[in-house]
Design a protein around this ligand. Structure first.
Ligand SMILES: *Cc1c(COP(=O)(O)O)cnc(C)c1O
Length: 495
């Protein structure tokens, strides 16, 4: 199967190249030329097998340059017991008769990014061999908090790779920052950027599209690539867990084959919910996709009006991994909804570039509203959802998950839809102890990792082992740069 640029269908690359490059040369996103179809029989065949096996089977449909055997090995490396603290990998927790929570934070960094970033380095490493690449790949990452750590954890000491992470200086939680600046590995680098996530992301995109810089780096033996969700190798491992969740519901007798299930996803860069959309396009019986935003409600407005407008105030919230105004992966959705009309997508993206906004056609808007429902949850609503889940269900959820829980409630109140719904839990509550403690009526005593034990004492929920181990770790990185200086940071890192 080939992968096409969303901005130029004539630009086609193999699956291994798509993973290696991360982004198409013309700035478009590499997207599969066709969407493989699955049926009831396929789903039934997955209900009795492990998560690892499900991952290999689903990914093989798209990654035709890789053998299923290879993918099976990658999946067992990625999701094994030394990495994930539950054999289910991505377990479903039943909240009530029609509500289930898909916990995606049982991996090494306690955020859902591990689901893809334990897999991507292996796909990429193999892609270098498959495409005969002799350069060292340098992964550049802009992170709103969780991607950076998960990417470093995945790429640390992987041969023929280096990784440089940029995070917004005051835009991540204390635990997130500690996780990043204590990262081990000889091939990793971390830098704080003065600005917000969009500044960091724009800086990385600028570096990618600077031909002169790329040439300099090529002379030094380096090739740039991306571990952000613009890389197809990030999206695909995420398609797996939606299919897996459906199989679990079938296995446990919660639904009958063919029943439609809604998914409610806390959204930032639109990668996670896009994966759910692809699962639906493959034939998984998906009802509504509920797109949950925090106070940065650009997507809610877009889904309701068809106008995407990033010209607005940026809010730093207690769910920092969703503090994003430019959701890159929407581009793949627009490509699909417009009938793969590359000229139309190019027009939207040019408008976004020049005026910070675009309005989609009536056709695209109709298709958008057919598949998605958008809502947002402000800070008070987020706190209230954490408190309510803790009190009513004895379930401790993090600030991002709480946004989804809050928006799901709005959706049900507004539409009366009673279909079974899975909402996605994207981080362990221990990554955001201060806000979680406050939400359940406690006064945080201290800061950052000091709060892990307090939350544990109050809630009785076990602290993820690797977060507990942060306490004794030494800081390895202390670099801060202005956004205009990010290219120099990269040149310095790749001397
Ligand atoms: C990255 C992240 C999100 C947003 O996911 P997208 O794929 O960017 O939409 C939500 N919650 C947490 C905890 C995250 O780390």
């Amino acid at each position: 199967m080939k992968y096409l640029s969303t901005r130029d269908r004539a630009l086609r690359v193999s699956s291994a190249e798509a993973v290696k490059l991360g982004l198409s040369r013309d700035g478009g996103l590499l997207t599969p030329e066709t969407i493989p179809q699955i049926d009831g029989e396929f789903l039934r065949s997955l209900t009795g097998v492990s998560y690892q096996e499900r991952a290999a089977k689903v990914m093989a449909l798209y990654l035709t340059d890789y053998s299923e055997e290879e993918l099976r090995t990658f999946a067992s490396n990625a999701y094994g017991p030394d990495k994930f603290d539950t054999p289910a990998v991505a377990p479903l927790r039943k909240v009530d008769e029609t509500t289930h929570c898909l916990e995606l934070w049982h991996g090494p960094t306690s955020a859902f990014k591990d689901m893809a970033l334990q897999m991507l380095p292996q796909l990429l490493s193999a892609a270098l061999g498959k495409t005969g690449e002799d350069k060292t790949v340098c992964i550049l990452v802009a992170t709103s908090g969780d991607t950076g750590k998960a990417a470093m954890e995945g790429f640390a000491d992987v041969p023929q790779t280096k990784i440089m992470v940029f995070y917004p200086k005051d835009g991540v939680s204390k635990v997130q920052e500690t996780q990043m600046v204590t990262q081990e590995g000889a091939n990793v680098g971390v830098c704080a950027v003065v600005g917000n996530f969009d500044d960091a992301q724009a800086g990385v995109k600028r570096i990618f599209s600077d031909p002169k810089l790329r040439e300099t780096l090529a002379e030094r033996g380096y090739l740039l690539s991306s571990a952000n969700s613009i890389n197809w190798g990030r999206i695909l491992p995420q398609v797996v867990y939606y299919i897996s969740a459906y199989c679990d519901l079938l296995r446990d007798g919660e639904i009958a084959m063919g029943s439609r299930v809604n998914f409610c996803v806390p959204t930032g860069n639109f990668g996670d919910i896009l994966a759910a959309y692809y699962a639906g396009r493959m034939g998984l019986p998906v009802g509504k996709l509920i797109c949950a935003s925090n106070k940065n409600d650009v997507l809610t407005e877009f889904l309701r009006t068809g106008v995407y407008n990033k010209n607005r105030l940026f809010h730093n919230t207690m769910s920092p991994s969703m503090d994003i105004l430019v959701s890159s992966n929407l581009e793949r959705l627009l490509f699909d909804l417009s009938g793969e009309n590359d000229a139309e997508v190019r027009g939207y993206m040019e408008a976004l570039n020049t005026s910070g906004k675009y309005e989609v056609s009536e056709t695209v808007k109709g298709a958008l509203q057919e598949a998605f429902w958008g809502g947002f949850c402000d800070e008070a609503g987020t706190t209230a959802a954490i408190a309510r889940y803790y009190k009513e269900h004895g379930y401790l959820i993090d600030t991002h998950t709480a946004v989804a829980a809050g928006v799901l409630e709005q959706y049900r109140a507004e539409t009366g839809d009673t279909a079974p719904t899975v909402f996605v839990s994207t981080a362990s509550p221990y990554k955001f102890c201060d806000h979680v403690l406050q939400a359940i009526g406690e006064t945080p005593k201290g800061d950052g990792v000091e709060l892990l034990e307090q939350l544990n004492a109050v809630s009785g929920v076990a602290i993820p082992k690797r977060l507990a181990a942060l306490k004794g770790k030494t800081r390895r990185f202390d670099l801060t740069a202005e956004k205009a200086d990010m290219d120099n940071v990269v040149l310095d890192f790749l001397k």
